[in-house]
Design a protein around this ligand. Sequence first.
Ligand code: FE2
Length: 331
Amino acid sequence: MGTNPFQLLILSDIHYAGNKECLRRDHEARAIENPALRLLARLYRHWFWLRDPFAHNHLLEEVISRERHPAMVVVNGDLSCDTAFVGHSDEASFESASDCLKRLRTAYGEKLWVTYGDHELGKASLFGARGGLRCASWDRCEQGLNIAPFWHRRLGAYHCIGVASSVVALRLFLPEILESERARWLSLRDEHVERIRAAFDNVQPQERVLLFCHDPSALPFLLEIPSVAGRISQVEHTVVGHLHSQFILRLSRKLAGLPPIHFLGNSVRRMSSALRNARLWEHFRVLLCPSLAGIERFKDGGYWRATLDLTGNVPVVFHFHPLPWRRGIDN
Ligand SMILES: [Fe+2]
């Protein structure tokens, strides 16, 4: 530490594809039984979201080669492609996450801090009934990947706090968990909320918070914690990921208040339920870190570099760094 100003590198949604995940072409469409929905999902992925999810590993190398000496690096969730929809309890997803972390740790060592994304733990496929959160993924993140669901780093006047959004927003994910794991998830959630409460209780009136939370759907749940709500004006920014593109963040803000959609499976129900409370995101001064690749339609990926004045006298200055879009060999 010690350097002032302090350079913080922020990446999100790397979605690294290891060898085993690369073999699972068309994994999402194959998980959808209804042919009309399958076609819809294919069109959406092909033209809008990401045509080839396995073709963007080089972007991580690009960032590492450009950013050699940050003081701290935060990766804000979604390390792998999660092609089995159950997080890193799946061997292939675990391999992708391990490969991704190996590259990051080789470059940045102890400077690296990782927030859990929804794909670390698992989540149901789009329109499909496959997958969901798995306790085995939770355990593997800690024991196999050596990453922690909650982290708190003091930097001068700043408290940098990373939370696991899927656990905070567990109510949205309850239909995706196994009945046999329900009690454990609820107690993991309570424990996690307690750690968040204790961290915020530690924030003194003159101090500031930089919060890192992968999925903004969790923000309204954080606001239910009195210690967070009571210090919300001290949250200078909340860095979110998950949405992959600034276009999706703008769209989410426009659709805030939408009633939940119940007839297209739990993924759509979960996303639309989150939008109902999206107006509350404003309290957190959300800054979206897009995926490294961005989305197919806009090719708008990149990462942020933040400059912190550790005295807290000057607000954090963020600079966005776009990454060039290059097609994979299969396109
Ligand atoms: Fe993601």
